[in-house]
Design a protein around this ligand. Structure first.
Ligand SMILES: OC[C@H]1O[C@H](O[C@H]2O[C@H](CO)[C@@H](O)[C@H](O)[C@H]2O)[C@H](O)[C@@H](O)[C@@H]1O
Ligand SMILES: [Ca+2]
Length: 834
């Protein structure tokens, strides 16, 4: 009680509450840093009695100010729970019924914390942390006035930069624990955006030309004394935090300065592990299926209502979804069975009526009623327009999820892949009807092994069971998808991406094929839309177009959609990517048969028997063929091999490093790759997808492609780092990782917390600005980025594992690679392969 009096006395003495009517927070706040909207006015005329009764009511709030609360706790802990009953979603009770990505008003969507287990785990971690407050950071204004993208240079030229005022001096007295008191979240948000978001995109970035300073009231003075928050980074973090607080229905909050001043490396990795994964996680239940089935990619009237397609032999699932649609008719969920045989004609017939494809579900028994129901296994989606379970994205996300200890989600994705192989014949490009004919780069064996290890490996019978089921499925996939016609080339015995399908892929952006279709529109004297329809409806027969779209589908199966490496030829290329991955399958299968099937695998699908030696033999043969057809000693590249023209290509691609990841290259080949190929692909921000010379000139008739120079992709970085490390080039991997992390951190700091699908690795200032094909996913958010992008999130967590504390600090200060490498002592340089 005396502590309370001291506070009030101190406030009175400093005359902070004596002149005007101000609001103080009430005690009804149930999280340490949020305050109820009901505040208690105190004026200079307030009587002692009133003060006393208010003191009591303020007790918790005032004492919580002096207590240590983790400034870096998750949004749910820091701002939660939701105080607006209309926004009360099931994240508070552990079930999640909403995934509408664009609904910024929903707290659960702001940071969809779908799984109670995740929340509990995070809270537990925090609690163990509590006694040891982390070292708080120095002020990170990180303003970069003169480092503005040429995208907006003209605007900046007209702007007169203001000199900064002198720094307010209260920081030292706060002992690094300063908190702000935001009396009116909406008002500050509005002021912040009005002053600082000069280009009106609801983000505060280095391209905004505001004063870069905003006054905020301190918590100790209940808002009467102000300090300046300066610079793009802190102001944009303030915008992010206020946006989140608002989404939790908060009108007043205490906000730790450390939270908006956090070391960016810590902030980004924290957000990825504790927030972004949750926002990207889905788990189908009776109530959320409508949201999960929604799709923004197809724009036909029939695509407006959510639709789910169920395999012909899954009656339980069919019933479950019918029940879901009956329980909630306003969801307008349509439920359809797939036929037993899914043909390309059938898939094309669904183009106007696309739908989600059912995934694996488990039985759930309600402990109190004993009632049985189904619930989907959790999975993560890549983000942005990609709101479904993808093939290789899932593997890459699983690596990051495991790193963040979200084992359930990674495991769930293995279950889904087993289900997909059983019911759709392959791991699908993604679980939408328009992806039924094609797959994506295969990673299931490695994914299952990594999940298995995390689950406790051979000491856990459930982990062994999962591993065995995953390998039975992977062997089926290997035999019936990747080493069967049309994907297997009978001559070289190497494999190509070569899916089925008819017509124009409906999920692509409408103008994507305009340059290809234009001559046909001219020939038939009709519009581009008419030619699209005529071709899709089979009203015109054009063999060249059929051939083009055969390869286009193959490009999409390769995951590298799109690149000039593959255009017009992909289905005839035995690629180094795919054949490296299949080599890895063969090696992994050999291992698992030896260790978990007593070295005698009886295939339940075809009755055949194989041993570890059989699979090692397949691997050896593939390796010899890869060397024969693809290795180019002179350039240090593995190139794709064209099985039709019977020629090795010369397109220099980052996927040459997949041979290292798979472990098929020799040490000598690895050294040549580092010596000759790497210098051509190593850019400012990491490894570029291909060399500029291989890509060739870009023009209006030859538009830029996203899987080509100058773009860099997370999967390429991750596989190269791991591959190089396998071959004693961890130093080189560390250098490449620094580059990539620097680029990501810099964009995150300068562009309002952005994390995108891909980056222009040649661009120092705004690498996230990629205007190719459907644009960059992850860039389109208001106020705060909620999910990052799946595989890029992973790349950040994995890249950090290569960094020592010195490099981490340099990244936190956004030191570009060149000056950083130059500043290293000779003894330190070797750790970066310099
Ligand atoms: O809608 C256009 C294409 O989009 C996907 O490809 C891209 O996103 C995927 C999800 O992140 C990723 O797996 C792929 O590598 C990207 O190029 C989709 O996979 C394509 O099939 C689709 O046509
Ligand atoms: Ca802006």
């Amino acid at each position: 009680m005396s502590q309370i009096k001291d506070h009030i006395q101190a406030a009175k003495h400093s005359q902070e509450i004596s002149t005007s009517s101000k609001s103080l927070p009430s005690d009804s706040s149930d999280s340490p840093n949020s305050i109820s909207s009901k505040s208690v006015p105190i004026t200079s005329t307030t009587t002692t009695t009133t003060l006393n009764s208010q003191s009591k009511r303020r007790h918790r709030r005032l004492s919580s100010l002096s207590e240590y609360t983790d400034p870096f706790s998750d949004a749910e802990v820091y701002y939660g729970p939701v105080t607006d009953p209309r926004k009360k979603n099931d994240y508070t009770t552990g079930t999640f019924h909403g995934t509408t990505l664009n609904d910024s008003n929903s707290a659960s969507n702001a940071f969809g914390s779908n799984l109670m287990s995740d929340l509990t785990a995070t809270n537990e971690n925090r609690m163990t942390d509590k006694s040891t407050p982390r070292r708080l950071n120095r002020t990170r204004t990180m303003s970069v006035f003169d480092n503005v993208s040429d995208f907006k240079k003209e605007l900046v030229n007209d702007y007169h930069l203001k000199r900064r005022g002198s720094e307010d001096d209260t920081y030292s007295s706060s002992k690094g624990n300063r908190k702000f008191f935001i009396e009116d979240v909406d008002k500050i948000l509005e002021e912040l955006l009005r002053n600082e978001d000069t280009d009106k995109n609801y983000q505060i970035t280095i391209e905004d030309t505001g004063p870069k300073v905003l006054k905020l009231g301190t918590a100790n003075s209940f808002g009467y004394r102000h300090v300046n928050v300066r610079g793009t980074y802190m102001l944009s973090n303030l915008l992010q935090e206020l946006t989140i607080a608002k989404s939790f229905g908060k009108h007043q909050i205490f906000l730790d300065e450390a939270r908006i001043n956090e070391n960016p490396v810590n902030r980004l990795s924290r957000l990825i592990s504790n927030q972004f994964w949750n926002s990207l996680t889905r788990r189908i239940d009776l109530f959320n299926i409508g949201d999960i089935a929604a799709d923004t990619k197809i724009d036909t009237p029939e695509a407006k209502n959510p639709r789910i397609y169920v395999p012909h032999n899954c009656p339980d699932q069919y019933e479950f979804f019918v029940q879901a649609s009956q329980l909630n008719p306003s969801m307008k969920l349509e439920v359809e069975y797939l036929p037993k045989k899914v043909t390309p004609e059938y898939v094309k017939s669904l183009n106007r009526t696309p739908g989600l494809l059912a995934l694996a579900m488990e039985e759930h028994v309600n402990p109190s009623t004993g009632e049985k129901s189904l619930i989907g296994y959790p999975y993560a989606v890549p983000g942005g327009r990609f709101n479904e379970l993808y093939g290789w994205d899932s593997y890459l996300m699983a690596l990051g999820l495991l790193e963040s200890n979200k084992i359930d989600v990674a495991k769930g994705m293995v279950e889904h892949f087993i289900f997909e192989i059983q019911h759709y014949g392959k791991i699908l490009n993604a679980n939408r009807s328009y992806y039924l004919c094609r797959s994506q780069p295969p990673f299931l064996t490695d994914m299952a092994l990594k999940v298995f290890e995390k689950l406790g490996g051979s000491s856990n019978p459930n982990a062994i069971d999962l591993l065995k089921r995953a390998f039975i499925a992977a062997i089926k996939e290997y035999k019936t998808v990747w080493t069967a016609e049309p994907r297997l080339d009978p001559v070289t015995k190497l494999s190509c991406y070569h899916p089925d399908g008819i017509g124009i892929p409906p999920e692509t952006e409408p103008d994507h094929f305009d340059t290809i279709l234009f001559p046909y529109a001219k020939k038939y004297n009709c519009s581009l839309q008419e030619i699209r329809d005529m071709y899709n409806n089979g009203q015109i027969n054009e063999l060249a177009l059929d051939e083009f779209f055969l390869h286009d589908r193959a490009v999409r199966e390769s995951g590298h959609d799109t690149t000039y490496r593959f255009e017009g030829v992909c289905a005839y290329l035995a690629t180094i990517d795919l054949n490296s991955l299949l080599y890895k399958y063969e090696i992994d299968i050999a291992d698992v048969i030896k260790n978990y099937f007593d070295n005698k695998f009886v295939d339940p699908h075809d009755g055949s028997i194989s041993t570890s030696e059989d699979w090692l033999d397949l691997a050896k043969k593939r390796k010899n063929r890869i060397n024969k057809y693809m290795w180019d000693e002179e350039s240090g590249f593995f190139f794709d091999y064209n099985v039709k023209t019977k020629k090795r290509t010369s397109y220099e691609s980052a996927t040459t490093f997949w041979s290292l990841w798979a472990g098929l290259a020799t040490q000598k080949q690895a050294s040549l790759m580092v010596e000759k190929a790497l210098p051509k692909l190593e850019m400012l921000g990491g490894i570029v997808a291909c060399t500029e010379s291989s890509r060739g000139p870009i023009s209006i008739n030859r538009p830029i492609r996203q899987w080509d120079y100058p773009f860099g992709w997370a999967p390429h970085q991750i596989l190269a780092w791991e591959g190089l490390s396998k071959y004693s080039f961890r130093d080189v991997a560390t250098r490449l990782a620094y580059r990539w992390l620097y680029m990501m951190t810099k964009a995150f700091v300068d562009y309002n917390g952005i994390v995108v699908e891909k980056y222009d690795v040649t661009r120092g200032t705004d690498p996230h600005r990629v205007e190719a094909e459907y644009g960059n996913q992850g860039a389109d958010f208001k106020g705060v980025a909620k999910e990052g992008f799946g595989w890029v999130n992973t790349s950040y967590l994995l890249g950090l594992k290569y960094m020592n504390s010195h490099a981490r600090r340099a990244l936190g200060a956004c030191i570009p690679p060149q000056p950083f490498f130059k500043s290293l002592k000779p003894s330190e340089k070797s750790a970066y392969g310099l």
